[in-house]
Design a protein around this ligand. Structure first.
Ligand SMILES: [Zn+2]
Length: 507
């Protein structure tokens, strides 16, 4: 007797029709208002049979259904042609097989994960249905990191990413930090197999409106937890079903005042991606006040408003990956470990005062004087092949003081580089600049180009010449690239040393 059912953790299916060996199935919306796409079912008693399953409205991912025999290990069936159905031949002893929209993450897996690390789960609260909703606290320290997943019950990729992140942070803790984790916020939904997304009257990630109390006990408990301090908060989600941007990993940027911090985190995250991880590139991040990215009732949005909060956002991780690059348990866990590496580096930089505060990425020039002299001298430069250390630049500026000034290159209030600019050229001679550098922590982020633009603007405003001429060593390809981008063209070689290229541009 073949039985198709949803009587298991995460189960969700409606059987619409059976025609011989073919079953017409549909996801079960239950208490949610919006149709999403989540389903998961079990087939028992079909050993030796070949059955065909049709999912209404083509709710199958790029690689066919996820398949499991124990609700723990999941793999993609593969061979999916995109026609909304799949066929499965059950082996002679294959009595029980689970099929699902995506790779499911069983709450027991998380409990085992914690137990294996000698950690016991706490209780966030009792759920609406009276279940004990798990939480996890790790470590002690003055920087408190809050982590959450499954505000939308069906978004299991976020659970794998969270596990990978925790695996790394527990094995190698960031000094002076503690973690508070709510791994299954819509716990009833996760256990019962609800999609959770679009739950009526609104779902768990729309239950953090600043002006009214939460209706879900889990969200209310998280608000209370945040009162103990929340320096960082990250929420792990999955986007819409598939295709386009939904096949990517992206940060939902939702705080324009902290944009420069989000950009820095994104840069670090991109740099931290390893070959075994799902890819992440910052260009895929979702901009604020755009598309669906509005509203103030989300977890990350509420927590980022807290005065002590450095940064809070949602990470969206695709269910399936790109057709050329499937999401697997391993690549999702690896993504979480890469995320941990990025967070580790970000917190280091933040504690060292290297993350710029609030400012947009605007660069300015300030003449070196008693107020910024020490900061200029302290600029760190490992590579000094083409330009000397800050002290040498300051000394050289003194040497040329009749025609030139030494400028600090500022990003907001921070000095990030220096340049000697010939601001007072002799009659008929061009402006020039030399000893231009950006300090190590700020390299490769577009500051060089921005500083050249500001320099050109300064020359124009002085009105003493109509052109700029500079010299750059022929092997200094990074600088040559920046100058070409700024409109400089090579015009020959320096008379005093043929390895230096002369570059010019009109103002
Ligand atoms: Zn979500």
């Amino acid at each position: 007797m073949i039985r198709i059912h949803s009587d298991f953790t995460g189960g969700n299916i409606r059987i619409l029709q059976q025609n011989g060996d073919e079953y017409i199935l549909q996801n079960d919306l239950r208490t949610t208002a919006d149709d999403w796409f989540y389903w998961a079912f079990c087939v028992e008693g079909a050993a030796g049979e070949t059955l065909r399953f049709v999912l209404r409205d083509n709710r199958i991912g790029h690689f066919g259904p996820a398949v499991s025999h124990d609700l723990r290990g999941w793999t993609w069936l593969g061979g999916y042609t995109g026609d909304g159905c799949f066929t499965y031949t059950f082996g002679a002893k294959e009595d029980k097989v689970y099929f699902a929209h995506s790779l499911l993450y069983h709450p027991d897996r998380f409990a085992d994960f914690a137990a294996a690390r000698g950690l016991s789960l706490g209780e966030l609260c009792k759920s609406g249905k009276g279940r004990s909703v798990p939480s996890l606290s790790v470590g002690e320290g003055s920087t408190r990191i809050m982590l959450a997943a499954r505000h939308h019950a069906c978004e299991s990729p976020g659970s794998f990413v969270l596990e990978g992140l925790l695996d790394s942070l527990i094995a190698d803790p960031i000094p002076d930090t503690c973690l508070f984790v709510a791994p299954f916020v819509d716990y009833d939904g996760v256990v019962d197999g609800d999609q959770g997304k679009g739950r009526w009257p609104y779902d768990h990630n729309r239950d953090y409106a600043p002006e009214k109390p939460s209706i879900y006990p889990e969200c209310a408990a998280i608000r209370r937890e945040a009162e103990k301090g929340c320096h960082y908060a990250f929420d792990f989600h999955a986007p819409y079903h598939k295709n386009g941007g939904n096949d990517k990993v992206f940060i939902v940027r939702r705080n324009i005042e902290k944009e420069s911090r989000l950009v820095r985190f994104a840069e670090l995250f991109e740099e931290s991606i390893t070959p075994d991880s799902l890819p992440y590139v910052k260009e895929n991040d979702y901009p604020t006040e755009y598309g669906w990215n509005y509203g103030t009732a989300q977890y990350a949005h509420l927590l980022t408003q807290r005065p002590e909060n450095e940064m809070a956002f949602t990470l969206e991780t695709c269910y399936f990956g790109d057709p050329s690059r499937p999401a697997t348990e391993e690549s999702l866990l690896a993504l979480g470990r890469c995320y941990a590496a990025a967070l580790r580096r970000y917190i280091q930089e933040q504690r060292a005062g290297l993350i710029p505060d609030m400012e947009a990425r605007t660069v300015s020039l300030r003449e070196v004087d008693g107020t910024n002299f020490d900061e200029c001298r302290g600029l760190k430069r490992a590579g000094k092949r083409f330009v000397g250390q800050p002290d040498a630049v300051l000394a050289e500026g003194y040497l040329y003081r009749d025609t030139s000034r030494v400028f600090a290159i500022n990003y907001g209030e921070r000095v990030i580089g220096m340049v000697i600019a010939r601001v007072d050229p002799a009659e008929g001679k061009p402006y020039s600049f030399t000893d231009f550098f950006i300090a190590d922590p700020w390299l490769n982020r577009g500051f060089g180009s921005a500083a050249v633009d500001v320099l050109l603007e300064l020359f124009r405003s002085l009105g003493k010449s109509d052109r700029v001429e500079i010299q750059v060593h022929e092997t200094n390809s990074a600088a040559i690239h920046v100058y070409q981008k700024a409109g400089f063209a090579e015009t020959g070689r320096a008379a005093w040393n043929k390895t230096f290229i002369v570059m010019k541009r009109e103002l």
